[in-house]
Design a protein around this ligand. Structure first.
Ligand code: KIV
Length: 281
């Protein structure tokens, strides 16, 4: 694999049956750590809204916030493929804005590709972005930007009719030239079927083990976000606990006068100090 992961290499992984690992990042320090790991793709997700900005819905972030965070992540990422998540306002309200906004992710933030969620005019938007030379990752199943129209954050494609629709949407995105597609919150057998039918990689989140790759929101897997935890999230560490303990120790040390100690303070030449105090002979 070359220094910088490419779209072609991601697609090759499906052919070679090598799993693709994707994580989200929103800032420089975590993006650096993730990029140093073996992650293939880093997504600047609009989950930024929930896990980093304390908002209720991903629809509450726009281009300004997404570009701001994508630029910080870009400064850190040297190896992984960097994908910018198109926020609701950038293409769903007016699909004719999609290409110009996708270009901003590439030209202003330095992203390698963009992701967009399924909506009624998704094929038009995806096709136009691909035609402009920007690689596109699709997203079907549960699509948080339009979850309200789907009856909330629920598993999608549980009956044959809705499952077929999700399969058809994924196939249509492939036909439009998307290089991969996220399958969110759908039954594992449906995800396995879609993965078998597509020649582009599927990236699952709550879609079972047979997808070509897996994505999680980094703050969920690190135990940094506690407002809600979907069934599909596995928490690998509980950083919240360590952070709380560290902050509590800092507060206690400051209040007891134990911090800063000499090891964390700057000394002054005693002669200079005497002069300063006006006692020098
Ligand atoms: O915004 C996001 O983090 C996402 C992933 C969960 C796929 O869209």
């Amino acid at each position: 694999m070359s220094e910088h992961v490419t779209v072609r290499q991601i697609q090759e992984k499906k052919r070679k049956k090598e799993k693709i690992v994707v994580l989200t990042a929103y800032d420089y320090p975590l993006a650096s750590l993730i990029d140093r790991s073996a992650v293939d793709i880093i997504l600047v997700g609009d989950s930024l809204a929930n896990v980093a900005l304390g908002l209720d819905s991903t629809t509450q972030v726009g281009m300004t916030e997404m570009l701001h965070h994508a630029k910080a992540v870009r400064r850190a990422v040297k190896r992984a493929l960097l994908v910018g998540d198109m926020p609701f306002e950038s293409y769903q309200e007016d699909p004719s804005l999609a290409v110009a906004n996708a270009r901003r992710f590439v030209e202003e933030a330095g992203c390698d590709a963009v992701k967009l969620e399924w909506f009624d005019r998704c094929l038009e938007a995806a096709g136009n972005i691909v035609a402009a030379g920007i690689p596109v990752m699709g997203h079907v199943g549960l699509t948080p930007q339009t979850a309200g129209q789907m009856g909330g954050f629920k598993v999608q494609g549980k009956d044959a009719g809705s499952a077929r629709k999700i399969l058809e949407n994924a196939l249509a995105l492939e036909k439009k030239g998307c290089f991969s597609v996220v399958l969110e919150c759908i039954p594992a057998p449906l995800a396995a079927m879609i993965t078998g039918r597509l020649s582009i990689p599927t990236i699952g989140i709550g879609a079972g083990k047979d997808c070509d790759g897996q994505v999680l929101v980094t703050h969920d897997l690190l135990g940094l976000f506690e407002r809600f935890t979907p069934k599909f999230v596995k928490q690998y560490v509980r950083l919240n606990d360590s952070i709380e303990k560290g902050i509590a120790r800092f507060c206690a040390d400051v209040r007891r006068g134990k911090f800063p100690d000499n090891a964390h303070s700057y000394p002054m030449n005693p002669q200079e100090l005497k002069t300063l105090k006006g006692k020098a002979t």
